[in-house]
Design a protein around this ligand. Sequence first.
Ligand code: BG6
Length: 510
Amino acid sequence: MLDLMPNENPFQDPLRFERQVPECVIVIFGANGDLTKRKLLPALYRLAFDRRLAAGFAVVGISRTPMSDDQFRDKMRESVEQFSEDTKLDEEVWSAFARGLYYVAGDIGDAGLYQRLNQKLGAIETERHTGGNVLFYLSTQPSQYAEIAHGIGAAGMGKGNGWRRLVVEKPFGHDLASAKELSNRLHEVFDESDVYRIDHYLGKETVQNILAFRFGNGIFEPLWNRRYINHVQITGAESIGVEGRGAYYQEAGALDDMIQNHLLQVMATVAMEPSASFRANSVRDERSKLLRSIRPMTPDEVRQNAVPGQYGPARIGGQDVPGFRQEPGVDPNSQTNTYAAVTFFVDNWRWAGVPFYVRTGKRLAKRVSEIAIQFNSAPLHLFNQDSGDPGVNLLILRIQPEEGISLKFLSKRPGSGMTLRPVSMDFNYGSSFGERSPSAYETLLLDAIVGDPTLYTRQDMVEASWSVVEPIQNVWRETKSEFPNYPAGSWGPAAADVMLARRGHVWRKP
Ligand code: BG6
């Protein structure tokens, strides 16, 4: 949260969304891209629909394609109509919102673009009284981030009569050195406190709820350690392939695309110590400390504790699905990982010796993200068990698509005698709250507008994640893998099962 006095702590505020939202302009670089269309504009429109934006709120879209303000408005209307999953376009709300949409065409490398943007911001400020507050949102090729920040600085827009903030999409660098270098370049124009590195997983309601679950209740935290927890499985599985992003994905791969950022942030949220308060830096300090406690691996350890995979072609539901190497834009001999499974260890007193198994992949059997916390079984089995499964005490934090929490335990089967059977106690968001959850982008955009960086990652956190991912990257880069090693639609390569079997564990099939 913001660094506020405790009684102003927004986490303790039941009307968190009723925070005072300042007037501002969001400048989106990459306004013609997929993210703007699919996520940013639908989220901003929904915030307008819910009356959460200030009256003068405005957006300036920037990309190379020549377009008038009106053409941009029409294009954005199509995006909102197509990609707002649960919000119908309301003509009255839309027309008020659309009046605040503007567009500037230009090349990132051209100083003239920034001059034109500056003039446009001046005109918008006079027209809509936005108070000089500007949020620059970078959703372009990552290689352009530093250049854009410098363009903004050179045109004098890095400072102004209101606040200036910079939101940066992932990937933030492609290894430790490049992440450091990028931070240095951005800091030439923006202070670290004004740089918001977005990780949309942290904005998901179910990920935020991990903190509520752990630190809002008294009953779980005493068990949350190496004495009671046997191991943890974190899964971010997708059933889709690379969806036309073959060229980007070929460079990134699953390890960089999902584990370095989203899944390590989830792991930090599951494993961090309670923070002294819910002020932004307290929470981020604890996440950061946890990330810094993850043990970086030697090359030998990488070979034991990390498994890369790449999907091959398969026939799923009567349809032929291409392998990764057959996807458009992908090298037919590509060594890119579309699956990654890693065993991490956290070197601190709470977690010493507890494996955290983290896996992600494209074209897996099912789209599901969850955290499964496996507790130790009872020290002695006094009863007959229907299931021989010793891992029955399991807590599952379900991130998506089903959102909720389940606790599995043994119960007596009705009838004479004492035979036990696993049962489940379930909490579901939908049925418990019966109200819509804001999308991650709604939450995060609003947080950036009000200046609340709690759910954004900080330089030290990003660097800590690269420090544990880089040794894996290095070994995988030097090793030629036998790809493809899993068929599309399966649960990944057999080597990932072997990795767990070595410690007597088995992947869940959620
Ligand atoms: C993105 C990755 O950051 O997250 C994508 O680049 C991935 O490859 C996506 O598909 C997953 O997000 P979600 O919210 O659908 O789980």
